[in-house]
Design a protein around this ligand. Structure first.
Ligand SMILES: [Cu+2]
Length: 151
């Protein structure tokens, strides 16, 4: 048996312990390295293919609202990557952690909304929604097969 195995184990335990302590104290400060949980709800407006979206951002670990984030939304149709050259939409913060954006789609159907967070928190979350005349609902992205729609 190697003579140094016991000290090595102690060092490993010490490292694990200090990581746990650092992780615990990290929740007290704001969120360097915080990961975002995003919820999005879009509703139709009076304009064709135009929707008002409300995005709620929170810290995935602590559940705290993520205010003061620079949020931009990119739009793409998963069934036709790059087919729609949509201008990214910058969201405005309505209240802490709640952001609004009005989006105008080329067509109805399934769209992936890529939420790009910068500033206080840097992260990227993709939500796929199905937009139709009545509004928008979440889509299981794995069920969106290519080639399902034609232009
Ligand atoms: Cu399309």
């Amino acid at each position: 048996m190697p003579a140094n195995s016991a000290p090595a184990l102690l060092i490993a335990l010490g490292a694990a312990l200090s990581i746990a302590i650092a992780g615990g104290s990290g929740s007290l400060a704001q969120p360097a390295g915080a990961r975002a949980q995003a919820d999005i709800q879009c509703s139709r407006t009076d304009m064709p293919r135009e929707f008002d979206c409300v995005v709620t951002l929170s810290d995935r670990r602590t559940g705290e609202a993520l205010g003061g984030v620079d949020l931009t939304i990119r739009l793409d149709m998963p069934s036709m990557p790059m087919a729609h050259n949509m201008r990214p939409v910058k969201a405005t913060e309505a209240r802490s952690g709640t952001y609004r954006a009005r989006i105008r789609l080329d067509m109805l159907g399934d769209w992936a909304l890529q939420l790009n967070l910068k500033g206080r928190v840097r992260d990227r979350v993709v939500k796929t929604l199905r937009f139709d005349e009545s509004g928008a609902a979440p889509v299981d992205a794995t069920r969106t097969a290519p080639g399902q729609h034609k232009h």
